[in-house]
Write a protein that binds this ligand. Structure first.
Ligand code: NAP
Ligand code: G4F
Length: 355
């Protein structure tokens, strides 16, 4: 148990922030989450609504683009542990809004480190790093020693965040770590990311709301794990004698096409693929087209293959993934089938992935 400890989390309204908050509360922490001001204060916070009644859970206003707000949060909360999970985290958006992405995802981490150094230098710092830092991969599998070659403004911002975290550790003796986390998913994943887009669309098709899935590059391969497991490692990184950086991955890679096949199979559709590139389609066992390729979902520069080697995390943090790839797909499909069924029963439109 960690009774009496205080944690401050950025990105608390996101997938990882919600799971990490639950984990820390279960360990007896006082948890503070930094949230951005919105015009409708309750919107966009649905992943943490269930925590609002917990007396150890608090929200504090601030923004990663605003140094004063982060300084104020440190002064007010005096955290023992700080988790910087906040980011513009959607890779395609980083080409549309590269400066904002660099500011929030890259400079935001430097602002947090500065606030920590000035206001609470003994606070332990976790930086959310990404396998997108490896990008055009220089070796297979990727480890803590693999050189970076990011392929998007998002990946570049995460490389900066990684390097500045290491530099502040070496320059000022801070306890600051980066977890280089490979893709991790869950029923709480944003609907714009490919896994949740596929599971929600499969559930909507099975219930008659949509006819087909519109998709981009189905040959891309990712190392997909379960977010609930990954936040446990974020916490463990801050409980060691010495700060360090770790790869967290499953050691398996699967294509987007494999993910789609499994998700549709789980709702009773066996897909057969035809065509190549942007002309690719998939039909179900009745010959109905259920997947169509759409060029608008292809990226200016793609990360074709990610697969991580987690030996260091296993040896030091006792890391092992708990859920198989098939188990993850089924968990997400089951959750979305239930959400769609609930919407249908209550007479409102089920959630729809953004176009
Ligand atoms: P997510 O669901 O997209 O959540 C992002 C969070 O960042 C949200 O709470 C968002 O708040 C907040 N945020 C965005 N801009 C902000 C700003 N200007 N100031 C303060 N907060 C801001 O991301 P996630 O999947 O939980 O990932 C958590 C972290 O891990 C991110 O840094 C992501 O880049 C990184 N990561 C994720 C994965 C993955 O596979 N999930 C893998 C590697 C690394 P709003 O609700 O207000 O938008
Ligand atoms: O689900 P994605 O959008 O995730 P991506 O780009 O791998 O990034 C996620 O994981 C990173 C860790 O490696 C995080 F740092 C980052 O914050 C984020 O959480 O796309 C996965 C793959 C890509 O190759 C993409 O081209 O799926 C391919 N894809 C094919 N069709 C699609 C689609 N991606 C999306 N979002 N939508 C499509 O229609």
């Amino acid at each position: 148990m960690s009774e009496g400890k205080v944690a401050l989390i950025t990105g608390v309204t996101g997938q990882d922030g919600s799971y990490l908050s639950e984990l820390l509360l279960s360990k007896g922490y006082e948890v503070y989450g930094l949230v951005r001001r919105t015009s409708q204060p309750t919107l966009g916070r649905s992943l943490i609504n269930h925590l609002n009644s917990n007396e150890n859970f608090h929200l504090i206003n601030g923004d990663l683009t605003d140094q004063a707000s982060i300084d104020n949060a440190f002064k007010e909360v005096q955290p023992d542990e700080f988790y910087n999970l906040g980011a513009q985290s959607f890779v395609p958006e980083s080409w549309r809004s590269p400066l904002m992405t660099a500011d929030v995802t890259g400079m935001g981490s430097l602002r947090c480190l500065e606030a920590l150094k000035r206001n609470k230098p003994d606070c332990r710092y976790y930086q959310a790093g990404s396998s997108e830092q490896f990008g055009e991969v220089r070796e297979i599998p990727q480890t803590e020693m693999t050189p970076f070659h990011p392929r998007s403004p998002y990946g570049c911002a995460k490389v900066f965040a990684f390097e500045i975290t290491r530099n502040y550790r070496e320059s000022y003796g801070l306890y600051a770590c980066t977890g280089i986390l490979f893709n991790h998913e869950s029923p709480r994943r944003g609907l714009e990311f490919v896994t949740r887009k596929v599971t929600m669309t499969a559930a909507r098709i099975a219930a008659g709301f949509d006819e087909y899935l519109s998709i981009g590059n189905v040959d891309a391969k990712r190392d997909w794990g379960y977010a609930g497991d990954y936040v446990e490692m974020q916490w463990r990184m801050l409980q060691q004698d010495e700060p360090d950086d770790y790869v967290i991955a499953t050691g398996e890679t699967h294509s987007v096409k494999e993910f789609i096949d499994l998700a549709f199979f789980h709702v009773g559709m066996e897909l057969t693929w035809e065509g190549e590139g942007v002309d690719r389609i998939a039909k179900d066992q009745n010959g109905v087209v259920r997947v169509r390729t759409n060029p608008k979902f292809f990226r200016p520069a793609e990360v074709e293959l990610l697969i991580g080697k987690y030996d260091k995390a296993e040896a030091t943090l006792g890391w092992k993934p708990s859920i198989t790839f098939t188990g993850l797909v089924q968990m997400m499909v089951d959750s979305d089938v239930a959400l769609v069924a609930e919407a249908k029963e209550r007479g409102y439109a089920p959630p729809m992935p953004p176009e």
